[in-house]
Design a protein around this ligand. Structure first.
Ligand SMILES: Nc1ncnc2c1ncn2[C@@H]1O[C@H](COP(=O)(O)OP(=O)(O)OP(=O)(O)O)[C@@H](O)[C@H]1O
Length: 273
């Protein structure tokens, strides 16, 4: 269980997250959706104790991250790809994490097998493709066999086989009774993967509902998402040709939003940090 209670985070003049409250329950995949810059990553970082909220709190299994005795055994997260030392092998990276996290060493080979990296576990992780790096990040998240898992855009840059693998993994983790919070820009993928949805815009909660309920609000989940987020979208990537004319105060038409969404989906990786 994840409990987000009145979270607010400001970066100078920017309010990234504002009075945000929601719960993520076990046994389901909860999708975390919102336009670019709506505060998804910041929220996940606060849940993981990587950013300090200005107001409110985030609890995992009833405690703040910093209060967890063995955090890796309670909560695992893939927040950014390539958070490992490039000169280290995958096995060495996971072995070091296990040693620091009070996790039995044999677990390393179990998670390497679970993510399909056993055959390349001795290779320097810096030589890994994006898909392999994502798998290593997921292995690290699974290392402590935690009941709570967070994934920030895990399908970013993956090929169709990788996307399907992630989808099935998310579902199986939820079916095991775990709490799974998954952010993605790919609404079509979210429709296939998630049971529940938390939608935010400009750091504020816009919807906390089931995929089924939100889908019935429009002709599709995508339509319903645009109807919900249209007024709060803040597309700053104006350099991209498809964004031309889209400004922060541009309310736009459904067609505009579709164009922008296609551009977001096509963008290989975030470049705002
Ligand atoms: N370290 C930081 N310093 C300053 N501003 C930040 C920082 N991190 C995030 N922000 C700002 O906070 C807002 C929310 O950003 P965040 O990355 O949480 O959004 P997001 O929903 O994850 O976006 P995306 O979908 O593009 O990944 C944005 O305006 C962003 O520019």
């Amino acid at each position: 269980m994840i409990e987000v209670q009145g979270l607010t985070k400001r970066y100078g003049p920017t309010t990234a997250v504002e009075a945000l409250s929601f719960e993520v329950r076990p046994g389901a995949v909860t999708g975390f959706l919102g336009p670019n810059g709506s505060g998804k990553s910041t929220t996940m970082r606060m849940i993981m104790g990587l950013d300090r909220p200005d107001e409110g709190k985030a609890l995992v299994a009833g405690r703040r991250y910093g209060e967890l005795r063995w955090p890796l055994r309670e909560v695992g997260a893939l927040l950014e790809a390539r958070t490992f030392h490039p000169g280290r092998s995958a096995r060495a990276h996971l072995t070091a994490l296990a040693a620091g996290g009070g996790i039995r060493p044999a677990r390393v080979d179990e998670v390497l097998a679970a993510v399909g990296l056993s055959g390349v576990a001795g290779r320097r992780a810096g030589t890994y493709s994006l898909g392999m790096a994502q798998r290593l990040g997921i292995a690290a998240a699974l290392l402590g066999d935690p009941g709570v898992l967070l994934f920030d855009e895990p399908v970013n840059g993956l090929d169709p086989e990788g996307v399907r693998w992630i989808r099935e993994l998310m579902k199986s983790l939820a079916a095991e009774g775990r709490t799974v919070l998954l952010s993605s820009h790919l609404i079509s993928e979210m429709a296939l993967t998630a049971d529940h949805l938390v939608v935010i815009g400009q750091g504020r909660l816009l919807a906390d509902t089931t995929v089924r309920e939100l889908t019935t609000r429009g002709r599709s989940l995508e339509e319903a998402f645009f109807a919900l987020t249209g007024a709060s979208a803040d597309y700053r990537g104006a350099a991209h040709p498809t964004y031309r004319g889209a400004t922060a105060d541009h309310q736009g038409t459904a067609a505009d939003h579709h164009e922008v969404a296609s551009a977001i989906d096509a963008a290989p990786e975030r470049n705002d940090r």
